[in-house]
Write a protein that binds this ligand. Structure first.
Ligand code: PEP
Ligand code: MN
Length: 358
């Protein structure tokens, strides 16, 4: 069950209700929002006395359904201001996801070698130096969640070291995906953000481990999951301790399974961006590369995501896409990336100009 306190409920009233709930043997999840406080019962609810709780001072209503607000910690209802997620530190430039300017996270699907990463990073750094609107960071997978175990699985720690070296050389923040709990701290120690991949959207212990590091988490949506499941799963990151200091969640839809696999990899689920912005105060970016899975369409899907309110894009960029060890069909060249950025900066500006666009 859950309790919503009245908008003006005092700390004293809230404390009393929490105390009363605990006498029934449950733990209490308290979320203090800007306007209202939410109290959720966790544990065996069979002894809860609804009438007694409903009658207490400051209680607006009780809801017998188990936690009616399914994602209280990320819910806009309890924190109206948008959160800007800051990524990077003194050794890199900083990017602010969810603010006035879009963020482009660019780089290959997989870190393949130091030379490959240098080449991509050089292009991105060059673009970053010339673009006074977009913000930039680098990506590159080192632990790869491959559908087939007989394919390239990533360079592992060697790849993470390459990424860390590139970060120091170019001063751009970096992100990579962690697949196991022990990866999380390693990424936190040498990168600027942790990516949780689509396949691990509901790997709850992994989410808690990522949250515990206090690093920002770029959280991908699963290919067969609803936005509601996505939001609920994100609570595990915050239960793990994220949300304090330089941390936070960046939601990232990346396409849903489609019947049209003959032509495209996934169906770009850009509508998730609209729902996320209505439901959560954390920012959302979009991944056009895995969403559509075809290089020739990545530009259009990027533009569509920008029009649907994305705060940024995660785009796979490879110096020689045809030769890529993973996801060769969807990676764009640095030149194509530059064109996409130009178009998307324009759409982002237009969004700020016309109120009808969120
Ligand atoms: C990736 O970004 O490299 C990746 C594997 O993405 P996803 O988890 O969305 O498939
Ligand atoms: Mn990929």
């Amino acid at each position: 069950m859950s309790i919503i306190m009245e908008p003006g409920a005092s700390d004293y009233q809230i404390r009393n209700v929490v105390k009363k709930m605990k006498t029934y043997g449950v733990d209490v999840l308290k979320v203090k929002g800007k306007y209202q406080t939410f109290l959720g019962a966790i544990g065996d609810e069979s002894r809860l006395d609804f009438d007694a709780l409903s009658a207490m001072d400051g209680v607006e209503r009780t809801n017998p359904v188990q936690i009616d607000v399914k994602y209280p910690l990320v819910n806009r209802r309890f924190k109206n201001d948008d959160t800007i997620v800051e990524i990077g530190d003194g050794k890199t430039n900083k990017v602010y996801i969810g603010g006035e300017k879009p963020v482009y996270i660019a780089g290959p699907c997989s870190v393949e070698s130091l030379e490959q990463m240098r080449e991509v990073a050089g292009y991105v750094a060059n673009l970053a130096a010339k673009d006074n609107y977009g913000q930039y960071m680098l990506r590159g997978g080192v632990w790869k969640p491959r559908t087939n175990p007989h394919t390239f699985q990533g360079l592992g720690e060697e790849g993470l070291n390459i990424l860390a070296r590139i970060r120091d050389e170019f001063g751009l923040p970096v992100v990579t995906e962690g697949m196991r709990e022990e990866h999380m701290q390693k990424i936190a120690d040498s990168a600027d953000a942790i990516q949780i991949g689509a396949r691990h959207m509901q790997a709850y212990d992994l989410l808690k481990a990522a949250g515990k590091t206090g690093k920002p988490v770029i959280f991908k949506k699963g290919t067969d999951h609803s936005v509601e499941e996505f939001l609920q799963a994100s609570e595990y990151i915050l239960v793990g301790g994220n949300g304090k200091g330089q941390s936070g969640i960046v939601f990232c839809p990346r396409g849903s399974h489609t019947k049209d696999v003959k032509y495209i990899r996934n169906r770009p689920d850009t509508e998730a961006l609209l729902v996320l912005s209505a439901e959560t105060y954390f920012p959302a970016i979009f991944d056009p590369s895995h969403s559509i899975g075809r290089r020739e369409y990545v530009g259009n899907v990027s533009a569509a995501a920008m029009a649907m309110g994305a705060h940024g894009l995660l785009i796979e960029v490879h110096p020689d896409p045809q030769k890529a060890m993973t996801d060769a069909m969807q990676q764009v060249t640095p030149g194509e990336f530059k064109q996409i950025v130009n178009a998307c900066n324009g759409i982002h500006k237009m969004r700020r100009e016309y109120d009808i666009l969120r």
